[in-house]
Structure formats: structure tokens, C-alpha cells
Design a protein around this ligand. Structure first.
Ligand code: SAH
Length: 421
């Protein structure tokens, strides 16, 4: 039966008719499961064909080889990752989409980091927003867009962030290496609002300077925020400790250890700027008398402290040693060299650690898993003839969510050991 024109007008149009037609990416047989499991990266080699040409940065729909719909994502032929999945439904990727996704990410932070004022708001794949990182430093936001699709939608993302968080300013920190794989140039600066790129923020109960446009990462290593607190609590059980913080950056662990009751913390970092900021941070928190910072290469420093002359013995003098080196691996082929590096610093650190003392150690390389990392530490302990008791296991702070179906989201692992002998 034909319906009247009036009835037709009242009937809402189906959603798909309101949307632009999308180019379709068909996957090769056997390649869909990874995507169905939630992994957002579709490599060029897994694609059977495109049903029509797609522009780089455009939203495409992805289907398996039997034409079953899997979801939508950003296309970029210039990247080895041809499609970055965004959703399992055919939704418009507009400001409302970003607002919803960012609000979901913030809910995770409110649940798991309820008292934090400085944290990572969005962590790319960990928040189902591949290519987008947003950090919140008190009332200033720092944005990183590492995919073309995200970069092209910066204005929308900024508008959504303004509506949700009303920040004083939004900066972009787009000087990351991964952008060149997407054909994107470097770009650093203020996107909206006004702010001095150097500001003081609170992590746990301590104040830190963050250099949002010049510092490492987007200013601070926010992924260690929970570990600062946990390590502080652990070291609080050894009042009056002599602590060595290796790869200290601006003193995250050093200051937490000093606040927890260490007698003295000596911090080492090769970056003179980081060391200078560490000194200022210690002073700002009233901890200057308990902290010293030294610009040094940790490998050289530890070597100089642990090379014994004939008939001399290295005297262990630290109650706690913290090791938080940078990732020594850019890719899998660098792993053997990295493991040698990890072993060396652990061996030397153990020589300086008193019996009963605590070794706190981290590895932020995705390519080295926790079991491999622990094996390296045990190999160093063997060479140093030390027996270790494991007293804590650490991972990245919950504002860097781990999604096991996306192994790349898990990278930071750490342990605390006590030297039994
Ligand atoms: N523990 C820090 C983060 C460390 S990141 C924090 O919680 O904030 C790694 C640091 O190691 C960086 O600050 C970098 O400047 C420093 N670094 C890298 N290689 C080094 C080396 N060989 N010797 C000393 N410092 C080094």
C-alpha cells in the first residue's frame, strides 16, 4: 500500500542515507579476525582491494572478503598502516563522535585516577582513538595527532575538548617521529587560548615544572604517576635511606623518595635541562637539602663507581637504587643490544646496593616483555652473586590503558626487588 506524502515526511530518514557514501576496503581471507578482536591497524599487505579510490585521510568502511562489515577507519595510502579503525558501527566521524569518545576516556581516568589533576586524557589505541594523544597538565591540554585522519580533524577535536574540559589553552606537540610515516610535517605551538608553555603541575602531593613545548614527551612522564606513589610508599618503610635515582629526568622518583623519608637522593640524568628542572622541583617542594642532581651518562657513572682496582672491593652504599632508562629498542632487531645494556646497568646497580636494599627497575620497551626483562635482571644478579626477593610488580598508570588484544598498548613494566644477600 502506498503511503501518503505527509506520512513520508514524518518518517525519519535511515542514518545511512544521511551519510556520504564510503569507499570500501576489502580484507584478504584470514585477515578479519585480528580486526574483529579489536586490533585497529590494517596493513597494506592484508588488503584485497578497494571498491573505489579513497583519498588519504578519508573515512572508509572495512569489510572481510565475504563483504561482511567490520567497521570504519581512517585511510592513508602513504602509511604502512593503510587503515586505522575507529568504530565497529557506521557512524559519522564528526565533533559529536570525538566528544563521545573523549568523554568515555575521561570516565576511565575518573574511575581509576580519581584524584589526579594532571593525566593523559586520551591514549590513542588504548582509548580506541588510534593517532590521537591528549594530555592534561592542570588546566592546559597538549594534543598529539600522529595519523593523517586525526590531524585533518584537529579543529573538531579541539572544539570537542573545549566543550568537555574548558581548558585555559590547548597546545599541539606534533614533533614526534611517527608523523613522518603518515606524511605529516612537524608542528609545535598554541592552538587556542593563552599560556606560558612552562607551568607547575601537581603529581600526587608534589609539584613539578612541565615544559610543554620543549620537554621530553609532552612535558612529563605521566605513565609513571601511580608508580611514583607506590615506590614512595615502598621506600617509606626504609626511613633514612640513601637512594640513587638513575635516569631521573626532572626527579619524579627522586622527589617521591625524598618525601617518603629518604635521608638523601642522588639523581642522574644526561640532560642538563632535566637536571636543572630537577633542582628547581626539589626546591619548590622544600626537598632541596635532601636531593642532589648530576648531569651524567648513567652507564659511565655506574662504571666509574663499580670498577675496582686490584685488591679493592666495591662497597655497596645505597639502600635503594632506581633504574628507569629510556627504551633502548626502536624495533625488534635492537632487542639483543638493549638486553646487553639492561644487564650492564643492573649488574653495576646491584654492586652498589646494600644487602637488604631495594632495587626498583623499569623497562619501557614494548619489544621486551616482563618475563624477558626479569630474566635479564636475574642474569645480572647471578653475575653479581646477589639473591633477589621480588616485592612489587609495576605497570603503566591507568591513564595509559592496556588492551591485551592490542599488544602495542602494553609497554611499561617494572619490579621492586630486595637483596636477600
Ligand atoms: N624516571 C623519569 C623518566 C626517565 S625517561 C621520570 O619518571 O620522569 C629516561 C631519561 O633518561 C630521560 O630523561 C633521558 O634524558 C635520560 N637518559 C637517556 N639516556 C641516558 C644515559 N645514557 N645516561 C643518563 N641519562 C640518560
Amino acid at each position: 500500500m502506498a503511503s501518503s506524502p505527509a506520512a513520508n515526511e514524518r518518517r525519519p530518514l535511515p542514518v545511512y542515507k544521511l551519510m556520504e557514501p564510503l569507499a570500501t576496503v576489502l580484507l584478504k581471507p584470514g585477515e578479519a579476525d585480528r580486526v574483529v578482536a579489536g586490533h585497529p591497524w590494517i596493513y597494506q599487505g592484508t588488503i584485497l582491494r578497494l571498491t573505489q579510490p579513497a583519498l588519504d585521510g578519508e573515512v572508509v568502511q572495512v569489510k572481510d572478503h565475504r563483504q561482511r562489515f567490520l567497521g570504519i577507519g581512517f585511510f592513508n595510502s602513504k602509511s604502512k598502516i593503510h587503515v586505522r579503525m575507529l568504530a565497529t558501527e557506521r557512524v559519522p566521524v564528526d565533533e559529536a563522535f570525538f566528544e563521545h569518545a573523549i568523554r568515555s576516556a575521561i570516565a576511565v581516568r575518573h574511575k581509576h585516577l580519581p584524584n589526579a589533576t594532571t593525566f593523559r586524557v586520551v591514549n590513542a589505541e588504548g582509548d580506541v582513538l588510534s593517532g590521537l594523544v591528549v594530555d592534561k597538565y592542570a588546566d592546559v591540554l597538549v594534543l598529539q595527532t600522529s595519523s593523517l585522519g586525526m590531524d585533518q580533524r584537529k579543529t573538531m577535536i579541539v572544539a570537542a575538548l573545549q566543550r568537555i574540559l574548558s581548558p585555559r589553552a590547548i597546545l599541539e606537540r606534533n614533533d614526534i617521529a611517527s608523523r613522518k610515516f603518515e606524511g605529516l610535517p612537524n608542528a609545535n605551538g598554541v592552538l587556542t587560548g593563552q599560556c606560558d608553555p612552562q607551568l607547575a603541575v601537581q603529581l600526587n602531593q608534589l609539584q613539578f615544572e612541565a615544559d610543554l613545548l620543549g620537554g621530553q614527551k609532552t612535558g612529563l612522564y605521566l605513565d609513571q604517576q601511580v608508580n611514583y606513589q607506590r615506590v614512595g610508599r615502598l621506600l617509606a618503610r626504609s626511613q633514612g635511606a640513601q637512594v640513587l635515582d638513575c635516569f631521573s629526568f626532572v626527579g619524579g622518583f627522586a622527589l617521591h623518595a625524598a618525601q617518603a623519608g629518604a635521608a638523601h637522593v642522588h639523581a642522574l640524568d644526561q640532560s642538563a635541562e632535566a637536571v636543572a628542572a630537577g633542582v628547581r622541583n626539589a626546591a619548590a617542594n622544600g626537598l632541596a637539602a635532601k636531593c642532589s642532581f648530576e648531569a651524567a651518562n648513567v652507564f659511565d657513572w655506574l662504571k666509574a663507581q663499580t670498577i675496582a682496582k686490584p685488591n679493592e672491593k666495591v662497597i655497596p652504599r645505597f639502600d635503594a637504587v632506581i633504574l628507569d632508562p629510556p627504551s633502548f629498542t626502536r624495533n625488534r632487531s635492537a632487542v639483543p643490544d638493549a638486553l646487553r645494556g639492561y644487564k650492564e646497568i643492573h649488574l653495576r646497580a646491584l654492586k652498589l646496593l646494600k644487602t637488604g636494599g631495594t632495587l626498583v627497575t623499569f623497562c619501557c620497551s614494548h619489544h621486551v616483555d616482563a618475563a624477558t626483562f626479569q630474566d635479564v635482571i636475574l642474569a645480572a644478579a647471578f653475575d653479581a652473586r646477589r639473591l633477589l626477593r621480588r616485592v612489587a610488580v609495576y605497570t603503566q598508570s591507568p591513564d595509559h590503558p592496556v588492551i591485551p588484544a592490542i599488544p602495542e598498548t602494553e609497554y611499561l613494566k617494572g619490579f621492586a626487588f630486595e637483596a636477600v644477600r
